[in-house]
Each structure stands twice: as structure tokens, then as C-alpha cells.
Ligand binder design. Structure first.
Ligand code: IMP
Ligand code: MG
Length: 174
């Protein structure tokens, strides 16, 4: 049987997102931000975060999936929805739900840089430091969490639980 245990309550999420928005607003000053949401998991977070940010911003969306071809470390990233081809002058801010191995963001950061972005930053709601293999700069992090499979607030388990208002840990019992 699957159950979900609360890890981060709705109130804690809201409070931290407001704090992140304030930090990000201060960081960019008057600059315009080109926010790129990594779908689908980052959707709720991106909207709630941008709502609180006091900066001019553009929005874009990417859809990527990572396939492990044989071994964990040789994952290949498939892009099914991409950002603009030319990012000249853009201050790219990737908005992610969670950084696990870091493979997805490592790929995305390189892609943005190769398209001439003026600046590339990352904002992730959740980070599992114990599992991260790629050395990527995480500029803005909501919560560091233990090595647990989490769902809710956009994050899924087989497309389920995205609708939860909180972040929960999956528990499997028989
Ligand atoms: P990475 O490329 O290994 O960092 O994986 C990042 C992606 O894996 C995230 O954007 C999620 O879509 C997915 N993912 C990793 N951990 C979890 C989890 O605990 N719950 C739900 N999705 C996860
Ligand atoms: Mg994601």
C-alpha cells in the first residue's frame, strides 16, 4: 500500500517561497529575468515564485526527461519542449522542482550558455545533497531534504500526487 507522510507543510512552503522571491528580487536589482520552468514538476513553484518577485520577467518552459541507458551515470536527456535558440543578453533563471543527481540541470546550464545567455542561475525548491553527483551551482535553494522520494506541489509518482498542497514522502507498505 502507498501512503504519503508530510515533509514540508503548505505554510512552510509559502513562507519559504516568499523568502526566495525577496532574495531573488534583491539579487537581480532592476534587471529583467528570463525564467525557464522545467516541466512538469516545476510548474506550481514557478508560478507561485514569479507572483511574489518584484522584477520584470519573461517566462519560458522546457520539457525534458532523462533516460538511464544501462547504467545510472550514462543518462541521456531528451528535450521535448525547448527554450529560445538565441538567449543573447538574457539573464536565465532555471526554476526546478528538485535536484537529485543534478544531471538535468548540468545539461540545461550548458545548453543555455551555448546559446549565449548573459547570465545563468538556478532556483530549485528542493535539493537532495546526498544524491547529487554533478557539480552545479545552485544559486537559490528552498529546502535541502534527505534521500527520500517526495511528491506533491507539482512533483509526482507515476503522474500521481501532483495535486497535494504540501511536500510528502512516499511510503510503500504491503
Ligand atoms: P536529476 O537530473 O537526477 O537531478 O533529476 C531531476 C528530476 O528527477 C527532477 O526534476 C524530477 O522530475 C525527478 N525527481 C528526482 N527526485 C524526485 C523525487 O523525489 N520525487 C519526484 N521526482 C523526482
Ligand atoms: Mg524537474
Amino acid at each position: 500500500m502507498e501512503t504519503v507522510e508530510v515533509l514540508i507543510s503548505r505554510d512552510k512552503l509559502k513562507k519559504r517561497i516568499n523568502e526566495l522571491a525577496e532574495i531573488i528580487t534583491g539579487f537581480y536589482g532592476e534587471k529583467s529575468v528570463y525564467a525557464v520552468c522545467v516541466l512538469k514538476g516545476g510548474a506550481m513553484f514557478m508560478v507561485d515564485l514569479l507572483h511574489e518577485i518584484e522584477l520584470p520577467y519573461e517566462m519560458n518552459f522546457m520539457s525534458v526527461s532523462s533516460y538511464a541507458d544501462g547504467t545510472e551515470s550514462s543518462g541521456v536527456i531528451n528535450v521535448s519542449l525547448d527554450m529560445d535558440d538565441d538567449l543573447t543578453g538574457k539573464n536565465v533563471l532555471f526554476v526546478e522542482d528538485i535536484v537529485d543527481s543534478g544531471r538535468t540541470l548540468d545539461f540545461l546550464i550548458k545548453r543555455a550558455k551555448s546559446r549565449n545567455a548573459a547570465d545563468v542561475r538556478v532556483c530549485t525548491l528542493l535539493h537532495k545533497p546526498d544524491r547529487t553527483l554533478f557539480d552545479i551551482p545552485l544559486d537559490f535553494v528552498g529546502f535541502e531534504i534527505p534521500d527520500e522520494f517526495v511528491v506533491g506541489y507539482g512533483l509526482d509518482y507515476n503522474q500521481k500526487y501532483r495535486d497535494l498542497k504540501y511536500i510528502g514522502m512516499m511510503r510503500f507498505e504491503d
